[in-house]
Design a protein. Sequence first.
Length: 545
Amino acid sequence: MMGLMMSSPLTVTSILRHACRFHPHAEIVSRRLDGSIHRYTYAEFGRRVHRLANALARLGVRPGDRVGTLAWNSYRHLEIYYAVSCMGAVCHTINPRLFQDQIAFIVDDAQDSVLLFDTSFTGIVDELAPRVTSVDHYVALCDQESLPQSAAPGLLAYESLIADEPETFPWPALDENAASALCYTSGTTGNPKGVLYSHRSTVVHALAVSGGDWLCIRARDAILPVVPMFHAGAWGIPYAGLMNGAKLVFPGHAMDGASLHALMEGEEATMIAGVPTVWMELLRHLRETGGRLDSVERMMVGGSACPPAMIRTFEEDYDIRVMHGWGMTEMSPVGTLGSLKFHEVRLPAEERYAIQSKQGRPLYGVELRIVDEHGQPLPHDGQTTGMLQVRGPWVVGSYYKNASPHAFTEDGWFDTGDMASVDGEGYLRITDRTKDVIKSGGEWISSIDIENIAVAHPDVAEAACIAVPHEKWAERPLLVVTPQPGKQIDKRQLLAFYEGRVARWWIPNDVVVVEELPHTATGKLSKRSLRERFKNHRWPDSGGG
Ligand code: ADP
């Protein structure tokens, strides 16, 4: 027997309609490229979204067409998100931090027909334009007077483009499984791969992350996503925010500690979201200036492992609840988030921090398992480490153009490429990326654990632990660190810091101090380039694990 309830399609258009109708006065605040603040309401936003859709239709954009963006977090980028998806086209966010060759590959692979870009990316566009054939129109996100000198043929100014357009657009009735957005993974190995989100996956993900235990997004919140809209959809905040009528605060290009702090204070942000490196910068700024973050109640940290020391500092010194999460572009992107359960809330601080340092537990909708190298499921006992596989309504089913089909198992799971353990309460602990594991004498050492301990040392700013070949043990961990400003790192003392914190054979054989660590386009430690750099590292004589 079938149920008798209505079946309304879950579309991005439905979020737009709801937001403009029931939260017309909610604000969207953005820092512009010149540093000034732009401010308007959902109602004004909605009118401009309609105008943009009309303008894009006039340029020839039709349902299913890909429209590319190279843009910071800002109101214009949000307008593009909604206008493109709601008109049935596909909003393709491009990460400007990728190599030029990768950007050219991505634009060509996606066959973007229009490319809209912030003027700070004019250099990228100038190099790109002669190399790609699919783009019919280039649009700079500025007014006519600010139009940059550019090699992009027929360059248009966004504000002139939408100026005279009608404020109503006949949104098509869309199938909820129609594509809404496209985002490529950073492709640290091989070419980037496209993840094609649907309206349904986007809406269901936004509903899920809005939940009280997760991002807890309410109309009384002011949410400041530092995580970029050009990568993994700013963790769904552009959709979940509007769905719930929250004030949205966009930092634009200014992601240094001082600019972020000023914006958080000025706009009374209640929830902030970003990767650990951004928060490290913010903490440094707060320490230097004695600044506070009084309005901020909670923060989401993910994208790479959040050091436990950071969780403790934000909680104890700034009274901010830290939610550590894990996800990936392929998961829209949120998979797990850390929120304590009833019986965990009153645990002693040390025990709570131990739980919060894990990557959280799955949201309803995400199924996960760990398997061995033969694909056999392993126990969720908090000890056993295996390859992490996931499935669910907002998990990639196959890559765009069927790239990397081997990432999908025959029984319908997606292989994340991460190594993890899961405990009996469902908390996930990411130990490594499969390609970054350190296997010493046949046993795994978690590089993330080693790094977390290093950054808890007062002299260390950032740490990367990599596998380096070793005669006896096949591989041994090498710790590469940067010092805190004005501090000297004493290698012996740093290694002694590990005593009692990990098994002795996990302690790195050597430490190298560098001025800067390499990062990928998505802000993660680039261990591949470090491994390459240190592949012939000479171990100290006493080495051997
Ligand atoms: P990329 O395009 O660089 O793959 P993603 O943002 O999709 O960008 O990266 C997802 C990967 O980031 C995950 O597979 C995992 O390895 C890593 N990651 C994300 N969040 C965390 C976390 N909290 N702790 C450890 N690793 C994380």
